[in-house]
Design a protein around this ligand. Structure first.
Ligand code: ARG
Length: 691
């Protein structure tokens, strides 16, 4: 189908025939998740923004390298340069526990529409729906203690799908390749095709002796899974059927032209400006010091990723005339809506009102975007103080009453201070205050600007210097000692004063910006529901972090009649290698294998396939999704989309939009050559023989 992020619960109804016609060789029941042994059970939600899949009976999980930045960061240090050298656990005890990472498995996916309807009787208002859903969820919770029950309403509350989930919190890092192999092309190639990166990583899920989720413990054991995905090294041809399963996070395919205008013209510019400023500061620090380079690698990559995405979105919305297209669609819908008396009564003013409300909100939305980017994304110290600052005031009072919350405070403080460099934070704070000063109207600026007379650059610089010189929170040693002492409390801290002033205005701006949010949301929902009816046909809901199937074929990218081939090889990688742009530094070992054509059993006719593209429909959150052949075997690992597809959130363009995957043969080649231990590759091979 190329377009569509399909609900598994609707596959039989909407997609079974087409899947078969396109070449699917396994029964569609293997995909739907209603019964034991479904592929969906092996495709897991990795953390909160990625996908992974089980590839062995001992809980081995395959996902993207770029989904493991957070995990890597927890173990990265000057003496243990995991990014430069890669990391491979040679023994089970070398697998590294990752804090704050969970893996969620869908044990079963059930259509519970009838059960919810039975609770609802004839009521359809939002409150009754909520209650009915809660009642059904409660019933399943009692039947399945220890499981997480998620019920999602779809299709204007005519379909309810239940996800019976287990969430595992003891997840350990097993192996990652060196960064110059995993991320060859770096930020230069991000969101681009052609591509030559080995963007993969291995983790393992641990459980208690009975296979139940348990918090990290040394006595936990690898989770035994009956149902894992098999790998095919048989390759693919252009035109072959290929499907991916995963957890796309967000899309608004029926977004109005007004929403898209606001996103591109009002919200993206603050994001682009603030991130550019932040990255400039990080870059300077990272150039000067290896320690900062390691410390800020993740923050930099995260900032750069959606920065580039926003730039690309604006470019392509313009180039592809997305606003005109959406308007033409809205006109068609409107004519259809006005043909019928009931619809006319309901929708005569919908679009007009939406347009007016959206425009009326621009000023506040824009201001709020600045606040979020500056202080909830760029500045770590602001985020830390917002989340945990108050804890310090009550720390000693809480010692007896809430020991648990005090312990959390200590742990979170350590986590935050581990990833911050105060000199960098100070520079970011200065830069953010200047951006706010220059970009926001006076009534939307924090009071602190007036209180402290922050006008000129000199005034701001001087103020921030003083604040960081005197604040308790600018000194991690002071904090550590303070945790140990049993008396004293933190009061009148200048950094807290600054951040509180900012937060107050940020919250006020948000509240004002959201004051017509309910109305906008009601109108938008009404419009979306009506558009579903107007378009009729098969239905896929917008991405919402639930598991979906996307399918299409291995396809070239065709731009202006010229085809960019659907596959890259190691020869392309070597040809692209460069010493000026460090994103293209050639890994020495990789160069050697290439020279000797030493590809083991993974090469094909003297070359090594590296990446390929399909025309399926995915979006953010699909990172790490398995790309499967007609037999349901892994042929690749989804890790990106191409530059021409930056409008994906709002539409799907069959000719231009491509999904970028690592070829599984390259992935296995890199694993076997770079891991320095036979452990992982042996485990994978054994899992595939057992088939
Ligand atoms: N654009 C990809 C995504 O959002 C991330 C790719 C990571 N690689 C990189 N070079 N930044 O899923």
């Amino acid at each position: 189908a190329d377009e569509g992020m399909w609900l598994l619960a609707l596959l039989k109804q909407y997609n079974a025939e087409e899947l078969k016609a396109m070449g699917l060789k396994i029964p569609v029941e293997k995909l739907t998740g209603e019964s034991e042994g479904a592929l969906s059970e092996a495709v897991v939600a990795f953390g909160s923004g990625c996908t992974g899949s089980f590839i062995s009976g001992s809980g081995l999980v395959l996902t993207n390298y770029h989904c493991s930045y957070g995990a890597i960061q927890q173990y990265l240090s000057l003496s243990n340069d995991i990014t430069g050298n890669g990391y491979w656990a040679a023994r089970p005890s070398d697998e590294l526990a990752v804090s704050g990472l969970a893996i969620t498995i869908n044990k079963k996916i059930v259509d519970v529409t009838a059960e919810v309807k039975a609770q609802l009787r004839d009521a359809v208002d939002a409150n009754s729906v909520k209650k009915a859903v809660a009642a059904v969820a409660g019933k399943y919770e009692r039947q399945h203690p220890g499981y997480h029950i998620l019920i999602k309403p779809y299709r204007n509350n005519t379909l309810f799908v239940l996800f019976l989930q287990l969430q595992y919190r003891d997840v350990r890092l097993v192996g990652v390749p060196p960064r110059n192999v995993a991320k060859f092309g770096g930020e230069t190639d991000n969101w681009m095709w052609p591509r030559q990166s080995a963007d993969f990583a291995y983790f393992r899920v641990y459980a208690d002796k009975n296979g139940r989720p348990a918090p990290y413990s040394r006595s936990n054991v690898p989770l035994q899974v009956k149902n894992y995905l098999h790998i095919s090294t048989g390759g693919y041809e252009k035109g072959d059927f290929a499907m991916s399963m995963g957890y796309p996070a967000q899309s608004e395919r029926y977004a109005t032209s007004y929403q898209i205008r606001q996103k591109t013209q009002v919200l993206n510019p603050p994001m682009i400006a603030v991130r550019a400023a932040t990255q400039a500061i990080l870059e300077k620090g990272m150039e000067k010091s290896q320690a900062l380079k390691l410390l800020y690698a993740e923050k930099y990559a995260t900032s750069a990723n959606y920065y580039k995405n926003a730039v690309g979105m604006n470019f392509w919305v313009d180039k592809l005339h997305i606003l005109d297209k959406k308007e033409a669609f809205q006109d068609d819908w409107w004519r259809w809506a006005m043909e019928d008396e009931t619809r006319k009564a309901m929708y005569a003013n919908t679009l007009q009102e939406l347009k007016a409300l959206t425009e009326a909100n621009d000023r506040l939305k824009r201001a709020h975007a600045y606040y979020t980017e500056c202080f909830s994304t760029s500045s770590d110290i602001a985020q830390f103080l917002t989340a945990f600052g108050a804890g310090f005031y009550n720390y000693n009072a809480n010692r007896k009453k809430y020991p648990e919350s005090n312990r959390n405070l200590v742990v979170n403080t350590q986590l935050y201070y581990r990833k911050m460099d105060m000199a960098v934070e100070r520079q970011i704070t200065k830069a953010m205050l200047k951006i706010i000063r220059d970009s926001l109207p006076a009534d939307l600026q924090p009071e602190i600007f007036a209180v402290k007379h922050l006008q000129s650059n000199e005034q701001i610089d001087h103020y921030v210097e003083e604040v960081f010189k005197t604040s308790f929170f600018a000194d991690s040693v002071k904090i550590r000692d303070w945790f140990k002492s049993t008396s004293g409390s933190v009061t009148n801290d200048p950094l807290v004063e600054l951040m509180e002033s900012i937060e107050k205005k940020q919250r006020e701006t948000y509240r004002l910006a959201e004051s017509n949010a309910r109305r906008i949301s009601a109108l938008t929902t009404a419009y979306y529901n009506s558009v579903c009816e107007f378009k009729a046909g098969r239905y896929y809901p917008d991405a919402d972090r639930t598991i979906r199937l996307s399918y299409g074929t291995v396809s070239d990218l065709v731009i202006g009649g010229k085809a960019v081939p659907c596959q890259t090889t190691l020869d392309h990688l070597v040809a692209k290698a460069d010493t000026v742009n460090r994103d293209y530094l050639l890994n020495g070992d990789l160069a050697r294998y290439w020279k000797q054509k030493d590809y083991g059993k993974y090469g094909v006719n003297g070359t090594m396939p590296v990446c390929f593209i399909t025309n399926g429909d995915v979006t953010g959150g699909n990172s790490g999704s398995p790309m499967l052949n007609a037999q349901g075997e892994i042929i690749g690992l989804v890790f990106d989309c191409n530059w021409e597809s930056m409008t994906r959130e709002f539409n799907y363009e069959k000719d231009l939009h491509r999904v970028i995957c690592v070829d599984v043969r390259y992935l296995l080649f890199v694993t076997s050559k770079f891991s320095g231990t036979p452990r992982v590759i042996a485990e994978i091979e054994q899992a595939n023989q057992a088939a």
